[in-house]
Every structure is written in structure tokens, then in C-alpha cells.
Ligand binder design. Structure first.
Ligand code: ZN
Ligand code: ZN
Length: 277
């Protein structure tokens, strides 16, 4: 079937929206009609080359939500018409780590940057017949996509697909970093370096966050964040001496806990800011 998708043809290039061909789902695969996709910095790493060599062209997108259009042989989790969330790491449910409850370490995760589906063949193709890689096996930058059954999570039909789509990456990454890794407790003072999709999802009522620090590298979203969360102290960039001085006044930077998630290039800057304090 035909679909429009955003393809990247190589490092340093821009995504191009083109019409592509999407195959039917094969064994244990699902064809999904996407309603919405998230746009996360991890997609940009394809452009900057931080993942190393990839199969180009590659169709981006690693978090999305939609409706099951068709299922391949052997699929048992969902049927056509079901609403689903797509996750960037498959969870087969059977490997050693899945059976230990550590599905984020699923053996199938080794394949997510390689391009083809888990059986080594491609489901998406350019109009001139080139095989197109699928980022994280799901490629949510497409109207239709074929994904492993292990990459879908069935969800209730009353959930808003345009909002729930970021539960595939940004929400668990940001909220999970704050609550599960940093073990933030209500009332504690927290500094967030970067308030993109991941950072803003660390801001949840339970964490009682006091301080958020937006990076200019994410397009300076400080003002809308400050308006939406008046309890936060928002500054424009964490890299200026003034910003760090303000952090030190509000939070005891250099003591406490640090959890890192998000942009590969910004994590060292955040950690070094704490070390320098
Ligand atoms: Zn992401
Ligand atoms: Zn597994």
C-alpha cells in the first residue's frame, strides 16, 4: 500500500517527505495506521551520525500511536481495529531478560538500529524500489507502518491517540528518570537540564519539582514552560555562568543525586555543571 513518510537519505541531510510503498505484515507483524507520532531528539541523532552507520534511506520516528489495520500470521496480542502504542524497544516476553521483568533489555532490542524487520527483510520501500530502513523497527514518521508484534502495547480506545503517542518514549524516559532512577521525593529541589519532550515529562506533580532549566539547544522553550508551570524557576540556558549561579542559589548543586536521560551531547554538560558546583 502507499503511504507518506519522512525519510533520511544520509547524515547531515534533512528528512524528506515522500510517498513510499508499505508491504503487508509477515509472521508476527502488525500493520498500523498511525494517528500521531512523537518527535524526539533521538530521531535527530540519525542526522548527526551519533548512532554510527545506519541503513539509509531510513524512516524516522520511534514513538507513536494508532489503529491496527491488519495482522500477520501468528499475531495474538491484537486484532484489526485495536488501538495501540508503539515502543522503541521490542519486548518479546520470552527471552531471558523479558522473563526477568527487564523487558527494556529484550534480546530483540539488538536489532533496533539495523534497518530491516526482525527477520532481516524490509517492509518499506521508496518509490524507486530501494529498501528503506525502519528506525527502531517501527518508523512512526509514516502514515502506515509495519511493526513487530513485540513492539506494540494495546491501549484503551477512549485514550486520545494524539496525546498518548509520547508514552512510547518521552513520558517513561523523563518520568522514569526522576522517579525510578533519581528517586526524587516530594518537596525536593530538582534541576532539569533541557526541557524538551523528555525533560518536561520529569515535571510531574509527584516529584514536587522546584526548578527547571531550559537549554537553548532545544529552541529555548523556556517561556511557554514557565507559563504552564508557574511553580518552576525557568532560565534560558544552563550553560551560562549566571544560570549556574542561580541553580546554586536554589538547589545545592554538587550534592544529591543525578539521573541522566535524553540527548547524548547534553548529558555530559549537565553532569559537569553539577561537578563544577
Ligand atoms: Zn525518544
Ligand atoms: Zn525479550
Amino acid at each position: 500500500m502507499k503511504s507518506r513518510a519522512a525519510l533520511l537519505y544520509g547524515e547531515g541531510q534533512e528528512f524528506r517527505v515522500e510517498e513510499i510503498e508499505v508491504d503487508d505484515p509477515k509472521q508476527n507483524e502488525v500493520l498500523v495506521h498511525l494517528a500521531a507520532t512523537g518527535l524526539c531528539h533521538s530521531d535527530y541523532h540519525m542526522v548527526t551520525g551519533e548512532y554510527g552507520p545506519l541503513h539509509f534511506p531510513m524512516i524516522g520516528g520511534h514513538e507513536g500511536a494508532g489503529v491496527v489495520e491488519k495482522v500477520g500470521p501468528g499475531v495474538t496480542r491484537v486484532s484489526p481495529g485495536d488501538h495501540v502504542l508503539l515502543t522503541f524497544i521490542p519486548a518479546c516476553g520470552h527471552c531471558r531478560f523479558c522473563s526477568m521483568g527487564l523487558s527494556f533489555l529484550c534480546d530483540r532490542g539488538a536489532a533496533i538500529l539495523q534497518g530491516p524487520q526482525l527477520d532481516g527483510t524490509f517492509r518499506m520501500h521508496t518509490a524507486d524500489g530501494q529498501d528503506a530502513g525502519q528506525f527502531c523497527c517501527i518508523s512512526t514518521f509514516s502514515e502506515y507502518t509495519v511493526v513487530p508484534e513485540a513492539s506494540i502495547v494495546p491501549i484503551d480506545k477512549d485514550l486520545d491517540l494524539t496525546k498518548v503517542c509520547i508514552v512510547g518514549c518521552c513520558v517513561p524516559t523523563g518520568f522514569g528518570s526522576a522517579v525510578n532512577r533519581a528517586d526524587v521525593q516530594p518537596g525536593e529541589t530538582v534541576v532539569i537540564f533541557g526541557i524538551g519532550g523528555v525533560g518536561i515529562n520529569a515535571v510531574q506533580e509527584r516529584t514536587g519539582l522546584l526548578f527547571s532549566d531550559g537549554m537553548q539547544t532545544t529552541g529555548s522553550p523556556a517561556e511557554p514552560v514557565a507559563a504552564a508551570f508557574p511553580q518552576l524557576h525557568v532560565v534560558a540556558t544552563a550553560r551560562s555562568p549566571e544560570s549556574l549561579a542561580r541553580c546554586r542559589r536554589l538547589a545545592d548543586l554538587g550534592r544529591g543525586r543525578c539521573a541522566a536521560a535524553g540527548s547524548i551531547s547534553e548529558i555530559p554538560a549537565a553532569v559537569n555543571s553539577c561537578l563544577a558546583a
